[in-house]
Design a protein around this ligand. Structure first.
Ligand SMILES: NC(=O)c1ccc[n+]([C@@H]2O[C@H](COP(=O)([O-])OP(=O)(O)OC[C@H]3O[C@@H](n4cnc5c(N)ncnc54)[C@H](O)[C@@H]3O)[C@@H](O)[C@H]2O)c1
Length: 359
């Protein structure tokens, strides 16, 4: 397949590009604006492949998107480009509306114009895969319930509201204009090449440097974690085998409180690289004022994608977290420049000290 990946220089998008190249895709076209979150270094292992190409472009540039679709004779779009950090959406929601809502609208328009120009066979084959989050469903009580594909939308943050809006647009372009759209809503991802403002990479890097490990509130908020490469495999299945007009929930059946995630990272780091003073890194955990409107718990029921597309998460949370910690220990070349030059690990979303949450 000739696939256009938007946001391919981001955390999940780069995992998707690497996965598609490894699984022998005919062509992978990465379209990314390279915001603070985009990093071409994450594509170093595939950048010289003849079936990989990169265009620096904004998904909101409809004419440019149409030109690329035509020039590269694209057969499927996997749309991941987004503003993705909840804390940033609290401080500055405008960019989230612009990229996640208006940008998705422009991309859908370009895709529709392109799709209408294809022959019958090309139209039947074409897919627009809209990649979304479980956060569109709002949150759950700490002790019961899971999100299914039928859960009502109830987004709580500017980020999740903008993603919910984009999901509705994608469905409408299918229902109203016939564009062959598939959707997926995934739980929290973690793994290699994750920008160090998010909870897991921030805690790993602060832990390596023996700096304080900040956690919002009491760390009781629960997230359902999925190793990013398991997500990339799921996305390839959805775009290639998913039923048009359907959505698929993707999750790893791995619910953990933020506190237990941080404690697990401390224990792995202590085993890999013991502190000179012999103490556990758990001593570095610091509780800080909570994020406004902080969602309590997310939990995904992935039964539909397991049943219909035969997908299963291959990594448990424990095995995936160990792989992730080892990757950060071994790949300082990737994270050191980001941490020192482009990102001061300032606290966002509440205006005080360094912190991060899972999204
Ligand atoms: N990270 C998660 O845990 C998670 C979970 C479920 C769903 N998602 C969704 O998956 C997608 C990717 O998430 P991520 O964590 O990799 O995000 P990310 O912030 O790491 O990457 C986003 C990428 O999009 C690019 N981008 C931003 N605005 C753009 C624009 N206007 N035009 C072109 N490119 C632009 C950025 O440069 C960056 O490379 C998002 O749509 C997000 O909502 C993320």
């Amino acid at each position: 397949m000739r696939i256009l990946v938007t946001g391919g220089a981001g955390f999940i998008g780069s995992a998707v590009c690497r996965h598609l190249i490894a699984s022998g895709a005919e062509l992978v076209v990465n379209v990314d604006k390279l915001t603070y979150a985009g990093n071409l270094a994450s594509l170093r292992t595939i950048e010289n492949y003849p079936n990989y190409t990169f265009h620096r472009a904004d998904i909101g540039d409809e004419a440019r998107m149409l030109d690329i679709l035509r020039a590269e004779r694209i057969e499927a779009i996997m749309h991941l480009a987004a503003e993705s950090h909840v804390d940033r959406s609290i401080d500055g929601p405008a960019a989230f509306i612009q990229t996640n809502v208006v940008g998705t609208f422009k991309l859908l328009n370009a895709a529709l114009a392109y799709w209408r120009g294809l022959d019958d066979e090309g139209q039947a084959r074409f897919r627009f895969h809209h990649v979304s989050t479980d956060e569109v469903f709002g949150d759950l009580p700490l002790d019961e319930g899971v999100f299914t594909e039928e859960s009502p939308y109830a987004p709580a943050s500017p980020y999740s509201a903008s993603k919910a809006a984009s999901d509705h647009l994608a469905r409408a372009w299918h229902r109203t204009y016939g564009l062959p759209v598939v959707l997926s809503n995934c739980s929290n991802n973690y793994g290699p090449y994750h920008f160090p403002e998010k909870l897991i990479p921030l805690v790993i890097l602060n832990g390596i440097e023996e700096r304080p490990l900040p956690i919002y509130g009491q760390g009781a908020n629960v997230r359902d974690w999925l190793y990013v490469e398991d997500h990339a495999r799921a996305l390839e299945l959805v775009v290639s085998k998913g039923t048009v007009g359907e959505s698929y929930n993707i999750g790893g059946r791995a619910e953990r409180s933020n506190l237990s995630v941080v404690e697990s990272i401390c224990d792995i780091l202590d085993a890999r690289r013991p502190r000179a003073n012999g103490k556990s890194r758990r001593d570095l955990i610091t509780f800080v004022a909570d994020r406004p409107g902080h969602d309590r718990r997310y939990a995904i029921d992935p039964a539909k994608i397991e049943r219909e597309l035969g997908w299963r998460a291959e990594e448990s949370f424990e095995s995936g977290l160990a792989l992730t910690v080892d990757w950060y220990l071994e790949n300082e070349w990737w994270w050191r420049p980001i941490r020192e030059q482009r990102y001061g690990s300032e606290r966002l979303g509440a205006g005080r000290m360094a912190n991060a949450d899972s999204t």
